[in-house]
Design a binder for this molecule. Structure first.
Ligand SMILES: NC(=O)c1ccc[n+]([C@@H]2O[C@H](COP(=O)([O-])OP(=O)(O)OC[C@H]3O[C@@H](n4cnc5c(N)ncnc54)[C@H](OP(=O)(O)O)[C@@H]3O)[C@@H](O)[C@H]2O)c1
Length: 284
């Protein structure tokens, strides 16, 4: 039986750790900075609270950003000493690719391995165990961890070296930014023309404009509903990481750059916590 520690019981981590707890091959311990979430998780699933004397085969994280990962894993971090020699860290946090390389070097020096493994599929994907996961880092460590990924993912791809999982997630976020900008413009066009938006959706959903965002967000954007989990603060963070990466490459992606500024303004206008499809409000 593998001893696992899951750190970060947020919107994503809470159900992901829950899927692991249902697998008899794992003994799952959990840690959350705010202890009330740990208590809530322990009431719902079978597992134990993290104890500093525990030794883990794998430490899994799903926290906020680069600094949060550093605080938990860096040299003075409280969890690295709990990782068995040769153990694996799987980081589902969306971070910079630089952070992934930094953590990989650190873990390798200590005889372990670090996999950058950001996910896509939102809170619903985490609850249903249907996330997509893009993984960078040591391939053997990845293969040894297959049953962990399979607990909550329906699509897992090892991309390449450390950081390549995060580069893939940046590509994912650039796609989403572009699709949401297009959907927002389309909805504004339809509304200003006084045309029935529902009929437009029924007409175009099976054609070349089809996408996950069209299928799942067009109608809710028209209805003005924006509480679907992936908050604009996370998208601002993710696009900042992507634009820092393209800056290193010597260019700026024009659509993502514009959408990032739109989200920053929406935050100033009080849209904190609302999901990324709230972009349409900026264009309205
Ligand atoms: N939500 C989505 O739809 C979605 C989809 C794909 C990827 N992601 C990515 O997945 C990650 C988590 O997202 P989420 O929506 O689950 O976020 P969330 O609900 O805000 O949860 C964040 C979790 O990280 C913990 N945390 C933050 N900073 C920490 C620190 N310094 N030390 C220890 N714990 C810390 C929080 O603890 P507290 O409870 O104490 O605050 C909380 O458990 C993010 O990187 C996000 O970009 C999210």
């Amino acid at each position: 039986m593998k001893n696992l520690l899951f750190i970060g019981l947020g919107r994503m981590g809470f159900p992901m750790a829950g899927h692991l707890a249902k697998n008899k091959d794992f003994s799952v311990s959990v840690y959350n900075r705010t202890s009330s979430k740990t208590e809530r998780w322990l009431k719902q699933y079978s597992g134990t609270a993290h104890n500093e004397n525990n030794q883990y085969d794998t430490v899994i994280l799903c926290v906020g950003n680069d600094d949060d990962v550093r605080k938990n894993l860096a040299l003075n971090g409280q969890f690295v000493s709990c990782l068995k020699s040769g153990g694996v860290v799987i980081d589902h946090t969306t971070t910079s690719a630089e952070l992934a390389k930094e953590m990989s070097t650190l873990l390798t020096q200590r005889g372990g391995a670090y996999l950058d493994a950001p996910v896509s599929g939102g809170e619903a994907g985490a609850i249903n165990g249907k996330l997509s996961c893009m993984v960078g880092g040591d391939k053997t460590a990845f293969e040894r961890s297959a049953n962990i990924f399979n607990a909550y993912c329906h699509n897992v791809v090892h991309i390449g070296d450390s950081g390549s999982g995060q580069i893939s997630k940046m590509a994912n976020q650039l796609c989403i930014a572009g699709v949401l900008a297009g959907l927002s413009e389309a909805i504004c066009l339809v509304e200003k023309a006084g045309v029935d938006a529902e009929k437009v959706y029924q007409a175009i959903r099976g054609g070349a404009a089809q996408s996950w965002q069209l299928d799942n967000r067009f109608q809710t954007m028209v209805a003005g509903e924006f509480d679907f989990g992936f908050a604009i603060e996370h998208m601002i963070k993710d696009l900042n990481y992507a634009l820092a990466e393209t800056q290193r490459q010597g260019w700026t992606p024009p659509v993502a750059d514009k959408v990032l500024n739109d989200y920053r303004q929406l935050l100033v206008e009080g849209k904190s916590g609302q999901d990324t499809s709230v972009l349409v409000e900026k264009y309205r």
